[in-house]
Design a protein around this ligand. Structure first.
Ligand code: NDP
Length: 240
């Protein structure tokens, strides 16, 4: 039986590359997304991967979403917590809603999704969970106290949950991407982006497929001894 994976935010950007890479490994993928139906439909038509819509910031929607996937596809062996948003502003301008939206989506979403798959993985004594953090969770970033705190939290969450999963065959790891060429980075003003690229030793933005490569490694059947780790994929920008 093929393994079953849920990739949140799996219909575009880094998540799309992760969905495709897992599919290429023979995994049956369910790609979850928030609201961009058009991109999700085009993605499913192109790839044959089923897309499911729910809000990872809503705990109960995550529980229902996982139940839908399990009913339609099968028990979930792999969870990739990739969905994420930015709501950037300096402290002076950041509202509580900007803080809260990012914490609920980027950090609480990881808890809600892991919670929804945990009992099943524990009962079957197998699981792979990969959480997508960020270089900005490791190093901080001006104008991103919300995003940096949420992503930094993901790294702590990963290390704590890895300890609980270790004896029941569940590995929990994180990837900390640097700047990757996706819609999220396209939203950064051109002059700011040029300055960012100038600080990347490799001299370019990363590709979504380069993050996906790390995910397929961590999700491999033979990666059972890798847990609680954070894999930095950032072109040498931050050596942690
Ligand atoms: P994109 O903005 O390109 O895509 C985000 C994806 O997440 C979309 O599929 C979106 O769904 C989904 N999503 C957003 N909010 C929710 C929600 N509340 N519930 C369910 N799904 C949601 O992002 P990237 O591909 O650039 O980033 C992917 C991950 O990588 C994020 O966690 C990001 O923080 C992280 N990252 C990205 C970096 C980069 O340089 N791009 C660098 C470091 C980390 P929909 O299509 O419906 O909107």
């Amino acid at each position: 039986m093929a393994r079953v994976a849920i990739v949140t935010g799996g219909t575009r950007g880094i998540g799309e590359a992760i969905s495709l890479a897992l599919q290429a490994e023979g995994v049956t993928v369910a790609a979850a997304y928030a609201g961009n139906d058009e991109r999700a439909r085009a993605f499913s038509e192109r790839t044959g991967i089923q897309a499911f819509k729910w809000d990872v910031a809503d705990f109960y929607a995550c529980q229902d979403g996982v139940k839908r996937v399990e009913a339609e596809i099968g028990p979930v062996d792999i969870l990739v917590n990739n969905a994420g948003i930015t709501r950037d502003a300096t402290m002076k301008r950041m509202t509580y809603d900007m803080w809260s939206d990012v914490m609920r989506t980027n950090l609480a979403g990881c808890f809600s999704m892991a919670k929804a798959v945990w009992d099943g993985m524990t009962a079957r004594k197998y699981g792979r969970i990969v959480n997508i953090g960020s270089i900005n969770g490791q190093a901080g970033q001006y104008g991103q106290v919300n995003y940096a705190a949420a992503k930094s939290g993901i790294h702590g969450f990963t290390k704590a949950l890895a300890q609980e999963g270790a004896r029941v065959g569940i590995t929990v790891n994180a990837i900390a991407p640097g700047y990757i060429d996706t819609d999220m980075v396209a939203a950064v003003p051109e002059d700011v982006l040029a300055k960012i690229v100038a600080r990347i030793p490799v001299g370019r933005l990363g590709k979504a497929s380069e993050i996906a490569r790390g995910v397929t490694f961590l999700c491999g059947e033979d990666a059972g001894f890798v847990t609680g780790s954070t894999l930095s994929i950032n072109g040498g920008q931050h050596m942690y």
